[in-house]
Design a protein around this ligand. Sequence first.
Ligand code: FAD
Length: 489
Amino acid sequence: MNDRAQLFEAGMPADAIDARPAARQPVALGVEEALARTRLFPFWLDNPAEPPAEPKLTSDTRADLLIVGGGFTGLWAAVQAKEQMPELDVVLIEAGQVAHGASGRAGGIISTSVMHGLPNAVRVFPDDIAELEEFGQRNLDGFEETLKRYDIDADIEWNGEMTVAVDPEHVAHLQADYDLHTEYGHNVVMLDEQATREQLNSPLFAGALWSRNRSGIVHPAKLAWGLKRAALKLGVRLYEHSPLTSVTDEGESVFVKTPEGGVRAKRVLFGSGTAKVGIADINRRVLQVRDHVLATEPLTDEQLARIGWKNRQGIYDTRTQLNYFRLTKNNNIIFGGLVSYHFDGNPDPQQDQQRETYYRLAQAFCKTFPQLSDVRFSHAWGGPIDYCSRGSVFAKRYLGDKAVFVAGYTGFGVAASRFGAFMGLNILFDRQSPERTLDIANQSPTYIPPEPVRWLAAKVTFHAFDGADAEGGWKRAWIKGIKAMGFPM
Ligand SMILES: Cc1cc2nc3c(=O)[nH]c(=O)nc-3n(C[C@H](O)[C@H](O)[C@H](O)COP(=O)(O)OP(=O)(O)OC[C@H]3O[C@@H](n4cnc5c(N)ncnc54)[C@H](O)[C@@H]3O)c2cc1C
């Protein structure tokens, strides 16, 4: 149908047609141009609503509970500890600023599962699925109740999560996932190519699995800042720009030093992700992978109409080098998913600053949404993923059971971190709770080989990721081999 026919159908008088301004064609920018004004900084943190930093720790102090790390794990631990044990004196130290680690850099897709999804739960703890599913539901109940209780507005939209097949061959995998989710009572729908494109229009999409269980999207920094406010309101003493520099087990207590002070605590919860905190065993079980993200400028209504997305789901695709994407409140697209590994888990890798990384990610965006060739990217950033062989959170005791370390979300911790902190506190304070009878609380992920094997294996794996879908061959075989060794891909 041409413009003239459309206008006639809409009942516009014929003589109005020639007076109408010519429809503007989008001007394709090219990837270089689309990235020309991009700021290398997380979109979520580039916000004047960020609360001011709390003071540094500048003296020695005592606490019943010290929490190390001001990301979701540490913040949820602080809030839950004070709510459940108000008599505790709780101190939280953060090396930089709250939410400047993985938490304020996340895509912000909220998953129902505490296990990095049902298929991963089946892979890791096949005998405990019913309980793990229940933990996921209760975790989200508690998540929602807490946000209401403290009036935390984090732009949440419960529109579900959708996995889109980028190759007709992948539809069979989605069908298998559909069957699995249906078996466990999830509210899921399988979409064919046309129905998928009606939800979100990309020439790549061949089908989709849309989970309408409670899941969706959140502004991760606003969530973290809200939890920070709640922790302060509950009486947590919070110190920013106060990194742990050493840990000493003093028998009855633990002494944690910072550059200008220290905390002597009866118990310590480490919510420090992949950082090195002086306990070598931790970094044998988790390794830091960097993931990278782009944010577009806000789409106009007309640009958004080109791709649809009326239901605003959080999306993952089925590429081996997975991409995930979502809308923000103002209709910027957050488009993430290009992983890299740096020797010994370098926390500040150069690659986060390199245009080449974002150029490749922008190319993936353009392939996914060629209709948006006139859209610029406003922000680009990288962040740490705490990868472990279990692919989901674990909590392990250290320092004569006076400390517990909680991490391992492997890229899925936005909601699961509340459960991780809950389980960590139960272990640390030796409290009875349903999860403590299960392997999830009593087993830890296996060791990952040390450097330089780690670096070499990661390099080959990420090189394989890049061509596995199109080329297959040794790349696909290598990834299969790594999976067979028990590492989630
Ligand atoms: C790019 C990216 C996209 C992601 N997208 C999603 C998503 O869409 N959905 C999802 O569910 N998950 C996602 N994740 C994962 C999610 O962000 C994490 O699982 C979650 O934020 C982990 O929270 P955390 O508190 O354990 O870690 P962090 O947020 O990293 O917090 C750890 C904190 O410890 C501090 N710290 C470190 N060392 C010290 C020290 N010595 N002393 C004091 N403090 C210290 C750090 O500064 C940091 O603030 C994503 C992650 C990344 C990086």
